[in-house]
Design a protein. Structure first.
Lengths: 296, 296
């Protein structure tokens, strides 16, 4: 039986899986990211792929990476967390593995899964917004991913609160300063003196007004940013994912209501929770592997 | 010699031209828009095309229209100024003229010209921003226009001043409330009690502090909106056009500086003035006509 290998490269670990036609993982490997002089070792990633492929017929490989990545060429412009700069990742990995292989930005890889087999299946104009340590978006317009050489989709850094906190990126009041998971936890702690994660804040919404206030700020920031997306891109569906979306309706319902209240003439998108959860990255990388197989 | 017909449909007049391969107009017609029960008469537009085509070999027709227009199908969702709603314009005009014909949103038609033979020729990721009575943008990403069923590009209605003036669209502080040509004139008049158009304001920048203050607000609003575009789309070039860009360097230079000061990690686009000026619409419609000819 023919399989593909799906790889997700992160700053702390590399996850790889042998995946079948139905996107089910048959075998998985997870190893700490290996670094050479601070840069993640490409040979180690190739080695993981080769080990998983050993004894199987592998038609293609899909690799998801963070950073500024040109999906068309598989060239990594920069990936700060991985210590990569101007790295022709796709051609390196093809040479090392000898397999058809495609590289894509990790958020756009998750988007590929949600737009193909997930919460926005078959919708030509859609946004996938995973909210975790950081926030970035995968935009699909007219049925095609928006890449722009890897520079598209940095919605975590649209300014939603010009008088707000300084962001790591140097701007003031970015979406991430109010709605990324660490910001939600930190803002609750600053307000109450009590340590809490974003998940803790989500569980306290019913009884804790401070939790509600911090959550409401995150929701309003998301509503503001998604209004911009609706005005510029006209999406039909917005898919909320990542750690913060684990809160389920407690996130999706108020974001939908906030967005509804802001929109006037724009097409109103449906706001839904991601269907694939933590599996979106692997499913997307597997879909990419099957694309690589077709392209040869 | 083979020609195409380029048509630009506006609320007050319809402009049509017989255009050659080099996009030069050979013959032009301009007539007041004819209305039937408030709706612009499609048969009149077809008649203009037929009259221009008479005695010539016409390979195709390109038609630019305002409103929410799906370029892919030539279906007009709404065009308030023309009194159109759910109008299958392309199929109607094809039937009436018997010619290969394509329809496109007027701003995206101008963008097609600037991206093909104008200020951003051959640039895969670019924005065309005509600033006139209203403001909308044509986005090109990865070498393709961003359409989203006609709902994309409404950059005139991104909120840049949440505490500002109410916009016609119902939102507060849209880009148009500070930077559209009528807003620049109105804000100067409110401030000084003296009647002025945006063009007047532009000519007074050297000696009049009130003109400078109003102009600076428009520039900052444009810088804010274009920062959002840079963050979400990663354009390489931004082309400023429309009436306000007639001010030339007095607009382009400060917008470039404002944008430069705002960007931190984003790819910095070049900011340039439109190359085609008032001819962008006709040139784009002619290019569309040649596309129609190829598609048959």
């Amino acid at each position: 039986m023919v399989h593909v290998v799906a790889v997700d490269v992160g700053g702390t670990s590399v996850k790889a899986a042998l995946v079948d036609r139905d996107l089910n993982p048959v075998e998985t490997l997870r190893e700490p990211t290996r670094r050479v002089d601070g840069s993640v070792d490409v040979a180690h990633i190739a080695d993981l792929i080769t080990r998983l492929a050993d004894g199987h017929e592998v038609a293609g490989v899909g690799v998801a990476v963070p950073g500024i990545v040109d999906d068309a060429t598989g060239h990594v412009h920069t990936a700060v967390n991985l210590g990569w700069h101007d790295l022709p990742l796709r051609s390196r990995l093809r040479t090392l593995t000898g397999l058809p292989l495609l590289v894509r930005h990790d958020v756009r890889t998750g988007g590929l899964a949600e737009f193909t087999v997930g919460a926005a299946t078959g919708v030509p104009n859609a946004v996938f917004l995973p909210i975790g340590t950081g926030i970035a978006a995968a935009f699909q317009v007219d049925g095609r991913p928006v890449v722009a050489g890897g520079f598209a989709g940095e919605i975590g850094h649209v300014v939603v609160d010009p008088g707000g906190a300084t962001c790591n990126c140097g701007q003031v009041g970015c979406l991430e300063t109010l709605a990324a998971a660490p910001a939600v936890g930190r803002r609750y702690t600053e307000r109450t003196g009590r340590e809490a994660t974003a998940a803790d804040v989500a569980t306290r919404l019913a009884e804790d007004p401070d939790a509600r206030a911090v959550w409401a700020d995150a929701v309003a920031a998301l509503g503001t940013a998604l209004t911009l997306a609706a005005t510029l891109f006209g999406p039909e569906v917005i898919v909320l994912g990542g750690g913060l979306a684990e809160a389920g309706d407690a996130l999706v319902d108020p974001v939908r209501e906030d967005l509804h209240a802001r929109l006037t003439f724009q097409r109103e998108p449906r706001v839904v929770r991601a269907a694939l959860g933590q599996d979106a990255g692997r499913a997307g990388a597997a879909l990419l592997g099957w694309q690589a197989a077709e392209q040869g």
